[in-house]
Write a protein that binds this ligand. Sequence first.
Ligand code: HEM
Length: 369
Amino acid sequence: GDTVPFYGAHQAGIVTAMQDNLYFASLEITTTDKRELIKLFKDWTVAASNLMKGKPVGDLSSNGFLPPKDTGEAEGLSPANLTITFGVGPSLFVKNGQDRFGLRSKQPKELKDLPKFSFDALDETWCGGDICIQACADDPQVAFHAVRNLVRIARGKLIIHWAQTGFQRTKNAGNVKETPRNLFGFKDGTVNPDSKEDLKQVWVQPGDGPNWLVGGSYMAVRRIQMYIEVWDRTTLKDQEETFGRKRMSGAPLGKEQEFDEPDLEEKDENGKFVIPETAHMRLARGDGTQQLLRRSYSYAGGMDSKTGSIDAGLLFIAFQRTPSKQFIPMQQRLAGLDKLNEYIIHRGSALFACLPGVKKGGYIGETLF
Ligand code: HEM
């Protein structure tokens, strides 16, 4: 079918198979009233469960003297596998030293702004947020409609801080069984945890602390601009050495098939590693003990006025149990040595704690409040 269930132990949109489109919004809460915040999450729960079923957020039989409850652009469309995933940022707890909603004691130690990494060129307009909504669907209008209506419900309580659309090749273009390619033309998402055991690295486990987040997941978001024009002038050999993989097949260098195990010890006749020491996949992997669930989307906008090139890149999204043991050390290794740094630049950054799933009758975020 094309419906993903809303209720469950975990929120949808994390281990759900990736849909074709993304609309991501980072929100700033403007209300100071905790009761209003709780009411908002309750309203969102009803709205999100309806939206994911392909239903409007409110009765369409309208009173001609009022604006319609639902904005209407998804009328008659299928749910298109819509998932809506809510997360909370560090600033929901404490902002400028202020305990905004009496939640300070509940702020997880792991939920703080990501540290600065070398080569970061962050622009505040793409950073942080009190709450995030990730909407993914196999239709861009369905994804947009979801965020638009959730934000509309919240009018007067929050504003959008930043938002980003994302795409990958759609199912209409075929090749659904193949790993999608990023804007550098390489298969992206080959190595991703999928077994039940591996997924323990995605969900916050009992004992990790705090209890309200058990079954949730930390979401690291990085808006990474990719210098596609520079890349396009780079030789194929350089491109492949940058990732440590073959462009066409996605195979690790020295191997034939995409899913072959890379041999990180293999050297060529000159005594150099076949998969270079600066290769992205080698550095990202490290000793192999840290994993992430990557669920990123490409983006492309207009021109970047700073560089005169197309503003295109990757909205990198990764889910994990413990950022200080997963995303952070990984990005520290990449920021130091990764050859990919010649072609990319990190412009935006945020960390959110995606709330645990909701049981029927409950509401999103109820364990927190
Ligand atoms: C692997 C692209 C940023 C973590 C890969 C691969 C590609 C790729 C093509 C190899 C195929 C695969 O396994 O998916 C990119 C691009 C990036 C980017 C274009 C930026 C625009 C990042 C960041 C992180 C990351 C910021 C985490 C901090 C990983 C991991 C792997 C990987 C964990 C798998 C390594 C393994 O083989 O074990 N990436 N990546 N990537 N990347 Fe990235």
